[in-house]
Design a protein around this ligand. Structure first.
Ligand SMILES: [Zn+2]
Length: 118
C-alpha cells in the first residue's frame, strides 16, 4: 500500500525506491514525464533503470479485484462470490453444481427436479 494518494508523491516515492539500485545513475534520462494535478505541475526525469523497474512492477502486479475471467463471456468482473457481473454466470464449485443442475433440469424438458440425485 502506498503511503500517499497524491499522484506526484506516489511517482516520487517510486523513483526514490528504485534510484539507489540504478547501475548507471549518471546516464542521461530516457524521458521526461509531465504531471498536472490540482496541486500543480511537476516534471519527472525517467531513467532507463526506472522504466525497467516499472516493467517489473507491472509484470508482478495483480489487482485485488482480479478473480480471473468468466468462462461464459470472458468478462473480468467476478465478484467475491465468483459471480460474473456481466453475464450472471456463477463460478467455483457451487457454480459448477448449479450449472450442472440447470443443464439437467433443462434436459428433462419440463422444468421439474431431475430424477437423478444432484
Ligand atoms: Zn460472464
Amino acid at each position: 500500500m502506498t503511503a500517499s494518494l497524491d499522484p506526484a508523491a506516489v511517482i516520487a516515492e517510486f523513483i526514490d525506491a528504485v534510484a539507489p539500485y540504478d547501475p548507471h545513475p549518471d546516464a542521461p534520462p530516457v524521458a521526461l514525464i509531465g504531471l498536472r494535478t490540482a496541486l500543480g505541475d511537476e516534471m519527472f526525469t525517467m531513467s532507463d533503470h526506472l522504466i525497467r523497474a516499472m516493467c517489473r512492477a507491472l509484470a508482478s502486479y495483480r489487482d485485488p479485484q482480479d478473480r480471473g475471467e468468466c468462462v461464459e463471456c470472458g468478462g473480468r468482473h467476478l465478484d467475491e462470490n465468483l459471480h460474473c457481473r456481466d453475464c450472471g454466470r456463477l463460478h467455483g464449485i457451487l457454480g459448477q453444481v448449479i450449472a450442472d443442475h440447470a443443464r439437467r433440469v433443462a434436459a428433462s424438458g419440463d422444468g421439474s427436479a431431475p430424477s437423478e440425485p444432484v
